[in-house]
Write a protein that binds this ligand. Structure first.
Ligand SMILES: CC(C)(COP(=O)(O)OP(=O)(O)OC[C@H]1O[C@@H](n2cnc3c(N)ncnc32)[C@H](O)[C@@H]1OP(=O)(O)O)[C@@H](O)C(=O)NCCC(=O)NCCS
Length: 177
């Protein structure tokens, strides 16, 4: 396969490229990719894998604030990880996830995905967060868990973050995790 990985911030993508990405994600997540999912996918770094120019796999990492025991954590949150249906199971998603994971490990304190395809992430060293999860909202901190799947995480080597402890994410409209 002739593959090329393009890593770009949302702001660096032209309107036509964003439209192409959105169409691809609607197709990949059919029938449940709505306005909220698209809004959550914007404002960060896109890992765009192309085969002969055609977008075949994508993942985004969005900067978000997390906290544990009053400590603010500089984190990246994974969104819209998907491979086009006819090319799944050939390692394309793993190329995207490996590149995104490397950036988390080099530059951030934690990476988080809310995911249901556990094995896909676990093969690349991601684990389910075993502790409690919360959201920090205007009216305070309250328990919050993903609507589907689990909170999965990656920590850089030597991290002092405790996966057995609590993990809180900043509030956002739509799904918190
Ligand atoms: C989850 C998803 C992104 C994976 O993308 P993908 O391109 O199929 O990922 P890969 O091919 O790298 O890995 C998928 C499986 O194929 C297997 N695989 C990878 N390369 C392979 C190869 N050359 N030959 C055979 N199998 C292979 C992997 O072992 C992996 O198995 P696992 O998931 O049980 O660990 C894709 O299934 C998808 O888009 N799903 C719909 C959208 C979605 O639900 N996204 C969110 C997931 S929480």
């Amino acid at each position: 396969m002739s593959l090329a990985l393009d890593v770009r911030h949302t702001d660096e993508m032209a309107a036509g490229e964003l439209a192409e990405l959105r169409d691809m994600l609607v197709d990949c997540f059919s029938p449940r990719y709505d306005e909220s999912a698209w809004a959550h996918c914007l404002g960060g770094t896109h890992y765009l894998l192309r085969h002969r120019g055609q977008l075949v796999s994508h993942g985004a990492l969005i900067p978000r604030h997390f906290e544990q025991a009053g400590r603010e954590l500089r984190g990246l949150y994974g969104e819209s990880m998907a491979t086009v249906p006819n090319l799944r199971g050939r390692g394309l998603g793993s190329i995207v996830l490996a590149a995104a994971t490397a950036d988390i490990l080099m530059h951030h304190e934690i990476g988080v995905f809310a995911a249901s395809k556990y094995h896909f992430y676990e093969r690349l060293g991601w684990l389910k967060w075993p502790g409690e999860t919360y959201v920090v909202a205007a009216d305070g901190r309250r328990p919050a868990a993903p609507a589907r799947g689990a909170v999965m995480y990656r920590l850089p080597p030597g991290s002092t973050i405790d996966p057995a402890g609590d993990l809180a994410a900043d509030w956002r409209a739509g799904d918190i995790w």
